[in-house]
Write a protein that binds this ligand. Structure first.
Ligand SMILES: *[C@@H]1O[C@H](CO)[C@@H](O)[C@H](O)[C@H]1NC(C)=O
Ligand SMILES: *[C@@H]1O[C@H](CO)[C@@H](O)[C@H](O)[C@H]1NC(C)=O
Ligand SMILES: *[C@@H]1O[C@H](CO)[C@@H](O)[C@H](O)[C@H]1NC(C)=O
Ligand SMILES: *[C@@H]1O[C@H](CO)[C@@H](O)[C@H](O)[C@H]1NC(C)=O
Length: 331
């Protein structure tokens, strides 16, 4: 950052601190311009408005999954989008790379909380399972078509994944706080709609499938790829190295990798793109940052040449025809 930019940021911080009370509620339309960048000096909670700048989870992750089946193809006609990865979530990490979850239990809609306490430990605050109906489904009507196509869960109904992502992660963003909506106050489920829209928006700028395809990295049950190449391609397009996650067997436990010291996993399954963000997360003005910015890892995959498998979808698991929607329990 140039000294001039730093100076203007600090000036802006001083103005922000003196003119805007750092408390809820605060209507977003009056957020100061230019906004502050998350995880920079002016966006510390004491000097800015929590609704206008992300002060809790300033390191944003837009996460995507690649899977070959959903397990609900027949029962729910829940299939994967062709030529696309699926949206998994939009997550708020702390600036230091650690994170928290289920931050507002008054907005707990997840039927299967995972973990079931806020800390994941037995002595943490219990996260009660949501037993209600998915009444919020009505508020997201306009978005449903898109969500049904691209925001796909494995071995659970999509709506459960959406509720899970909202309650576990969205509640930990300061800019999705209940006091950050209109002057009238929060309309029921307005915050869910905003989170789903934001997650969609961040996802749409990150075309993992097309970026890989342009470099001839396409799903194949015959060939393996090199992790280095995948990271190079995605890093170049995103601007910074994302986290590339694998599942499945470890390389040293496969036939080809036997005896190797490389114990990374071999089935390509996740990409997490990291950002800092100017102003409200909803407005999606991101600055890409490296996944290992704060000592984190950039991959869980094997590094050996040809060790990473990017599997073709199972027959019948990929969409095409309109997906019928099941939001059971909506009145
Ligand atoms: C990271 O930041 C969060 C939020 O400020 C804080 O609660 C946590 O203790 C920090 N963790 C570490 C390891 O410094
Ligand atoms: C959380 O899950 C564990 C393991 O299934 C269980 O033993 C524990 O009782 C659960 N805790 C709460 C608060 O539900
Ligand atoms: C693979 O590597 C891991 C980690 O080094 C090790 O724990 C495991 O025993 C190895 N497996 C085989 C089959 O060598
Ligand atoms: C590719 O391999 C995966 C994993 O074995 C399998 O589930 C899938 O059905 C295969 N796809 C095709 C088109 O053969």
């Amino acid at each position: 950052m140039s000294p001039l930019t730093l100076f203007s940021l600090l000036t802006c911080a001083a103005l922000t601190a003196s003119t805007i009370p750092p408390s809820y509620p605060h209507p977003p339309q009056t957020c100061p311009q230019p906004p502050s960048l998350s995880c920079s000096l002016p966006s510390f909670p004491q000097s800015t408005n929590k609704c206008c700048t992300e002060t809790l989870g300033g390191l944003i992750l837009s996460t995507q999954f690649w899977s070959t089946y959903t397990g609900l193809e027949t029962s729910h006609n829940q299939v994967l989008p062709s030529s696309s990865w699926t949206l998994h979530g939009l997550w708020p990490d702390f600036c230091n790379g650690s994170w928290t979850q289920y931050c507002d239990l008054t907005r707990q809609y997840d039927p299967h909380p995972e973990p079931n306490t806020t800390t994941g430990k037995a002595d943490g605050v219990p996260v009660p399972a949501w037993k209600g109906v998915g009444a919020w489904g009505r508020r997201v009507e306009r978005l449903l078509k898109w969500m049904r196509k691209y925001w796909i869960a494995q071995r659970m109904e999509n709506r459960e994944l959406w509720a899970h992502e909202f309650s576990k992660h969205a509640t930990c963003f300061s800019t999705f706080g209940t006091g950050c909506f209109s002057e009238r106050g929060l309309e029921r489920y307005e915050d869910l709609v905003e989170y789903f829209e934001a997650a969609k928006g961040w996802f749409e700028g990150l075309s993992t499938y097309a970026w890989l395809e342009e470099e001839r990295i396409v799903p194949s049950n015959k060939t393996g790829y090199a992790l280095g190449r995948i990271q190079q391609v995605l890093g170049k397009r995103h601007g910074k190295t994302p986290f590339v996650g694998c599942s499945g067997p470890r390389w040293n436990e496969t036939e080809k990798g036997k005896g190797s010291l490389d114990a990374g996993r071999t089935v390509l399954s996740e990409v997490w793109y990291y950002f800092h963000v100017w102003g409200r997360v909803q407005e999606r003005r991101g600055v890409p940052v490296r996944a290992d910015l704060n000592g984190g890892s950039t991959s869980s995959c094997a590094k050996a040449e040809g060790a990473v498998r990017y599997l073709e979808r199972a027959k019948g698991s990929e969409g095409g025809a309109d997906q019928k929607y099941f939001l059971t329990g909506v009145p």
